[in-house]
Structures are given as structure tokens and as C-alpha cells.
Design a protein around this ligand. Structure first.
Ligand code: ATP
Length: 181
């Protein structure tokens, strides 16, 4: 069995990762899963209201939550599932952990760049993210990263999907992701 393929979309909050992932999933020639922390959050896995009210301590729960999420990705891929992953590497140790966990797989690392003003506009328009997350991510999200492909979030979505597919189909090892550490 050839190793599972992981297309890792990386960009600031509100840059358009989910939108790109959905459009890519609708076009790509194999049944890729679209994986996002948003899906876990929105499906009611966590007692969100009780974290929000302060009854439970999110700071204590956050590390095991993301540790489990990261390991689940390797479990899915290890079972032979191809993944479109959208995620933000914004916490110390996550890059190292995912590099280790993803070592057996065929990873294609995509940087999604979005101008600061557009991030702020998208964040405000959707109204379901804390104001400031996008601007904060903008400063740091791409720092020190090298990608297999870089896309501009203000380019037409369909063009980005086609560019991604074309680049992914002719990718060569090693992935930029494997060389980040
Ligand atoms: N190409 C685009 N043109 C215009 N608006 C877009 C585009 N892509 C996404 N948006 C809008 O920007 C907002 C954020 O998009 P999306 O949820 O895809 O971002 P995200 O990077 O997944 O965010 P997060 O990491 O916070 O979940 C949404 O309201 C979406 O409709």
C-alpha cells in the first residue's frame, strides 16, 4: 500500500482554508477527507458552553485536546485514508509533533497568504471568530515556514484549486514539510 497523502493547508484564521479545502475536496480525483478542528468543535465533542462559562478550565484541557487531534490525523492516514488538513501551527511543539507523526506519509504543504486588511475584513464579515485572531496570526503564521506551494487567498478560488491540483499532481519528495525542522 502506498503511503497516505496529506494535503496540509496552512494560513491565518479567516484566510479561507476551509473554503479552499471544500472546493478542493469537490474536485480532487480521490476520496480525500476534509479535516479541521472546526469540525470537532462544531460537532459537540467538547462541552463548549461549560468551558466558556469557566466551569471547566480550557487552558488545562487544550494540550491533551490538540495532542489527541494530532495523533488522530496519523491514525486516519495510517489506516490508508487521504487527508486534506487545514490547521494553524500556532503553538510551540505542534510542528515538531506533526513532523514526527507525518513522517511516514506523503505530505504536500501549502501556504495560504492573505493580506492583513482582507483577513480583518473576512473575520469581521463572518462574525463568528474573536476579533483580532486573524491580525494576530498574520504577523506570525508563515514565519520560518517553507512550503511546497504558496497561494494568494485573494486570487479566485477556482484558480487556486486548479493551481493546487496541478502542483500536487507533479509533486516530488521530499516535501517542504519534512524539511522544516
Ligand atoms: N476566496 C474568497 N473570497 C472571498 N471570501 C472568502 C474567500 N474564501 C473564504 N472567504 C470568506 O472568508 C471567511 C473565512 O473563510 P474560511 O472559513 O474558509 O477561513 P479559515 O481560514 O478556514 O478560517 P478559520 O481558520 O478561522 O477556521 C468566510 O466568511 C468565507 O466565506
Amino acid at each position: 500500500m502506498s503511503p497516505a497523502r496529506i494535503i496540509f493547508l496552512h494560513g491565518a484564521s479567516s484566510s479561507g482554508k476551509s473554503t479552499l479545502a471544500r472546493a478542493l475536496q469537490a474536485r480532487i480525483e480521490a476520496p480525500f477527507w476534509h479535516i479541521s478542528i472546526d469540525h470537532l468543535r462544531d460537532s459537540g465533542v467538547l462541552p463548549t458552553d461549560r468551558f466558556r462559562s469557566g466551569e471547566f478550565d480550557w487552558r488545562a484541557a487544550r494540550a491533551p485536546f490538540f495532542d489527541g487531534f494530532h495523533r488522530s490525523l496519523a491514525a486516519y492516514a495510517g489506516a490508508g485514508n487521504d487527508l486534506i488538513l487545514e490547521h494553524i501551527l500556532d503553538t510551540d511543539g505542534w510542528l515538531e509533533q506533526l513532523s514526527r507523526l507525518f513522517a511516514p506519509f506523503d505530505v504536500f504543504f501549502v501556504g495560504l497568504h492573505c493580506p492583513r486588511e482582507e483577513l480583518i475584513r473576512r473575520e469581521a464579515a463572518r462574525g463568528d471568530r474573536p476579533a483580532g485572531s486573524a491580525a494576530r496570526d498574520f504577523e506570525t503564521v508563515h514565519e520560518g515556514k517553507r512550503y511546497d506551494l504558496e497561494l494568494q487567498a485573494i486570487d479566485p478560488l477556482a484558480d487556486n484549486v486548479e493551481a493546487l491540483l496541478a502542483a500536487w499532481r507533479c509533486r516530488s519528495a521530499p516535501s517542504a514539510f519534512d524539511q522544516l525542522l
